[in-house]
Design a protein around this ligand. Structure first.
Ligand SMILES: [Zn+2]
Length: 315
């Protein structure tokens, strides 16, 4: 009897390990029909140079095999959490908000299954950057790549700044049924409801995107849609010069490889993180197509420390 029990236990353990290994290693890329590219944008010589700074507020340590399809099963990857501060003569912008001063309490209120997923280190709330960036509270907008907790918490430190997001994201947030599902914290939602400003993209093709929105009208900051991770995930082109162009991709990607091309996510990570897995794969394929076509563009996933270091030194 005891022998049978051990045999069953060993068999179940082996099957379990085989399933987890499959979910971590299975291929997750997708083919998409080739896109039509819009003519290369013309950059005015007088376009103001953007100044970009990264304001880190914490980090999480994920297993590389979970974060990246084909990643090392035994290695950890440290992923920073934070916001980008973009200075432009017509108005300074924040992209996302990282973690705020009340984050420890927000984290303590979250259910165990959210807190136990990855070990998290909270280092510096967004509001504390006010000393080194005195104009932070005068930002003209917070552009939200998506509404997950690690991007929204810091908005509470700057309560008067409007939050711009795609309408697909605001509609999704309004219809969410259960708190904490899909990485949304209810107290964050409550704090932003009154200042959400949906941005309608225009029918103006840009690179391989059919719609876009030129934020300042000078080609320096251009918004596009990157659906899949969440329904209204937003991509933000920051064009510093004609040959120095970044696309901030939020969490549509968690990392880029040595050539700057998108990493695929493990099947398990897709299951836990992407609201529409097929659409998220299509978006990653489109980003790959973009950098293959326009190699002056650098993709910047906001949890990829190497990609962020390309933008500016960490402060
Ligand atoms: Zn994130």
């Amino acid at each position: 009897m005891l022998r049978k029990f051990w045999l069953l236990l060993i068999t179940l353990t082996l099957v379990g390990l085989a399933v987890i290994t499959f979910l971590l290693r299975a291929p997750t890329s997708i083919q998409i029909p080739p896109s039509t590219f819009a003519p290369r944008p013309d950059f005015d010589e007088k376009m103001p140079a953007l100044k970009i700074s990264y304001l880190q507020s914490g980090e999480i340590a994920g297993w590389e095999a979970f974060v990246k399809q084909g990643g090392n099963l035994l290695q950890r990857r440290t992923m920073p959490l934070g916001a980008l501060w973009v200075q432009h003569p017509k108005g300074n912008l924040l992209i996302d908000a990282g973690l705020g001063r009340n984050f420890e309490q927000e984290w303590a209120n979250a259910p165990w299954w959210v807190r136990s997923f990855f070990p998290l280190k909270f280092t510096r709330p967004l509001g504390d950057y006010q000393k080194s960036y005195p104009r932070l509270h005068e930002a003209s907008a917070i552009l939200l790549t998506h509404a997950h907790w690690d991007h929204l918490s810091g908005t509470k430190d700057l309560p008067s700044i409007p939050i711009y997001l795609l309408p697909e994201e605001s509609t999704w947030l309004k219809n969410l049924k259960s708190p904490y599902n899909h990485g949304i914290f209810p107290d964050h939602l409550e704090a932003i409801t009154e200042r959400m400003r949906p941005i309608k993209l225009q029918e103006i093709p840009y690179e391989n995107f059919s719609q876009s929105y030129d934020w300042f009208g000078d080609g320096s900051v251009v918004l596009v849609s990157l659906p899949g991770h969440t329904p209204g995930s937003l991509g933000i082109f920051l064009n510093v010069k004609s040959d120095q162009r970044y696309l901030i991709v939020g969490d549509a990607l968690w990392g880029v490889d040595e050539d700057g091309k998108p990493e695929s996510r493990s099947l398990l990570a897709e299951f836990f993180s992407d609201t529409d897995r097929t659409q998220a794969r299509k978006t990653r394929a489109r980003l790959r197509e973009l950098v293959e076509h326009s190699n002056e563009i650098t993709l910047v996933p906001v949890h990829d420390s190497k990609a962020l270091a390309n933008l500016s030194p960490h402060k």
